[in-house]
Design a protein around this ligand. Sequence first.
Ligand code: OSB
Ligand code: MG
Length: 370
Amino acid sequence: MQITQVTIREMKMRMKEPFSTSFGTMQDKHFLLLEVHDELGNTGWGESVAFDAPWYTEETVETSLHMLRDFLIPLLLGKDISHPDDVGSLFAPIRGNNMAKASLECAIWDLYAKRKGISLAEALGGQRERIEVGISIGIQKDLADLVDKVQRYLEEGYKRIKVKIKPGADVEVLRGLRSAFPHVPLMADANSAYSLDDIDLLKRLDEFNLLMIEQPLAHDDIIDHAVLQKQLKTPICLDESINSFEDARKAVELGSTKVINVKIGRVGGLSEAKRIHDYCMEKGIHVWCGGMLEAGIGRAHNIALTSLPNFTLPGDTAGSSRYWEKDIIDPEVIVENGYITVPSAPGIGFTPNLRTIEEFTTDIWHFKEN
Ligand code: OSB
Ligand code: MG
C-alpha cells in the first residue's frame, strides 16, 4: 500500500472528571489524531497518547507534533508498505519518541486491516470475541470518596479495581479499601513515586493481598525493581520502565517484574506490543493493556490488542462514558458486565465520528508527497 497523504488534527477534549496521579492532575485531554490515506482512497486512524507535560514519559503533544511533521511523516509519505511490521524499520533511524511513532504506526495497522477486509484484532492474530475490563481510579479527596467510586464501578461491572497511590496516600488508603471490599481484585499504581529507601513501607502493602503493585520505583529503572521484588510478596508490574521488547526481555530475565502493563504508545506501536506479548506468553509472564485516558480511536486500538491470548488480566480500557460526555467514534465503547465486545468490522471496527471530531479539533495539517 502506498501512503499518499497524512492528516494531523490537534484535539482538545474535556474529561468528565479530573484524573489525579502521583505526578499531577489532568482535566483536559490534548492529543493528535492521525489519518493516513492510501492510493485507493482508504483511510486509517491513529491517536497520540503523550500528555501536555512530560511527567509520565519524556514525550508531550508538542514533541509528538514536531517528530511527526519533521521526521516520521516524511519517512512514510510515498512509501510502498507491504505490512505494518515494516514501519518499525522505516522509523529505526529516529531514536525514541515512541508515542509519536505509535500514533502513525497504529493508523497504518488500521489501514492495512481495512484493505484486507478484516478486523484489526484478526490482523494482529487476536482470538477473543470479548475482553475483560478493569478500571483505574485517580487519587481522591478522601477515603469515603474513593469507596463510593469503587462501589459505583463495581456495580457497573468492572472486573478489577486499580487505585493510584503516592507517599502519604498509600497504606491507610489501601487498608480502608480492603476492609470495605475484602474480596475485590485490587491493585495499586504508584507511577514511580517511591525509591528503595521506602522498602519497609512497600513491604507493608503485602498484607492487602493486592493483585500487583504497578511501577513503584523510578520510571527508567529495572535494577532496583528486581531488588524490591525479592523482598515483596506482591507481584510487581512494570509500566513506565518498559519501552521496548528489549526492556521487557531484560526486566523478565532480571526478575524485576512478574506482570507487564503493555501500552501501545509507550512501546512504539502495535508490532512491538505484539512482540512483547509473544515473548511474555512464552515466558509465562501475564500481560494486560494499560490506558492513557484515550479517546475512541486510541481505545479501539487497545481493544484490538487485548484480543490476543496472553492478555489474561483485565486492562485499563474502560468504556467511553467513564471519560467523555461524547466520544469521537460510532458506536462508543460500551462495557457490559465488565466486558467489551471486540468489533468484527474491518480495521479498528469503530467509525470515526467526523462531526464530533470536528467539534474538538483546534488545528489541522495536511501532508502530501511533493
Ligand atoms: O500509569 O497507567 C498509568 C493515566 C494517565 C497516565 C498514566 C496512567 C494512567 C492510568 C489511567 O492509570 C488508565 C486509563 O484509564 O486510561
Ligand atoms: Mg501505570
